[in-house]
Design a protein around this ligand. Structure first.
Ligand SMILES: [Fe+2]
Length: 298
């Protein structure tokens, strides 16, 4: 049985089946700031047998208004790259774990938008609590206010219920990579419990090994260099460390919420970025030979 992380209970597929086909009228705005659990409890208490409530969200809904967002964002990133030299410095913004912390997330977005030196934003996963389509839509409504393109890796909460189906429709493949100004960015899905399979380390190693870039940045939702809660086996931890140390210049994760931290895998810096819940976000400045990081708080 997994131990709860990040100060919240780990939800698994099927947890919300208690909601059944119950229907309750609730709008996106009403959902803001409320936990789904509270809403579900209200529905259960208010709905007499046979009554009909119009429910605007459900764990069974997987249709979303936006499709293949990562692909379209990457096209924007590629378009913005033209005319810029590989050795010119650039800066990216990073944050994750927005969950239902919409107000703080809005503040982080406002700060990113206030700067004119940001080329794009990497979102490190968990834009939802329960992997619901409506939560994905709310997050998109918020994230689309970013002035720069943004790409997202899937978080463990995003994979709950039918979240993997929704993420696939809305963003595309779980593992993906792209080049920007000579740096190879590699996104790796490591939500083993929620996705029901081990992280694809073969894909990660092959993608890194075949990369011709001088620098590679790995971003995944969960820090997999330690064995907190027994999520990853010793074998997987050792393999991840070997890949990270051999091929990467920097490794970045979310999932931590309360803290941002810096540790090293050999000489490779490994950052964990806390959540906007606690005011955390980050900027990374890529110079010709350097990567400098600003770890920020609201
Ligand atoms: Fe997480």
């Amino acid at each position: 049985m997994p131990v709860p992380e990040s100060g919240s209970r780990e939800f698994r597929k099927g947890d919300l089946s208690l909601m059944g086909g119950g229907r309750m009228k609730i709008t996106r705005r009403k959902l803001l700031g409320n936990s789904l659990r509270a809403v579900a409890g209200l529905a259960a208490g208010a709905c007499a047998p046979g009554c009909y409530l119009d429910m605007a969200f459900s764990p069974f809904v997987t249709d979303v208004s936006e499709k293949d967002l990562n692909a379209s964002m990457l096209r924007e990133i590629m378009d913005s790259e033209s005319g810029k030299g590989e050795s010119d410095p650039f800066c990216i913004a990073l944050f994750g774990d927005s969950h239902h912390y919409y107000s703080n997330t809005e503040q982080v977005i406002r700060i990113i938008n206030s700067r004119d030196d940001i080329d794009f934003t990497l979102f490190l996963g968990d834009m939802t609590n329960e992997g619901l389509a409506e939560e994905y839509e709310i997050a998109h409504d918020l994230f689309k206010t970013l002035k720069v393109p943004w790409v997202s890796v899937i978080g463990n909460h995003d994979a709950l219920n039918n979240g993997t189906d929704i993420y696939s429709k809305m963003f595309g493949t779980f593992n993906f990579d792209f080049m920007y100004r000579g740096v190879h960015f590699i996104a790796h899905n490591n939500n083993n419990w929620e996705c029901g399979s081990d992280p694809d380390y073969d894909w990660l190693e092959k993608t890194a090994r075949e990369s011709t870039a001088e620098r590679r940045v790995l971003f995944s939702h969960i820090k997999n260099s330690n064995q907190a809660y027994g999520r990853y086996s010793e074998t997987d931890v050792a393999r991840f460390r070997q890949i990270a140390e051999k091929y990467f210049s920097m490794v970045v994760h979310g999932h931590a919420h309360a803290n941002s931290s810096l540790e090293y895998i050999g000489n490779v810096p490994e950052y964990e970025i806390g959540s906007p819940e606690y005011g955390h976000y980050m900027f990374a400045h890529f110079g010709e030979q350097s990567i400098e990081v600003e770890r920020c708080m609201l």
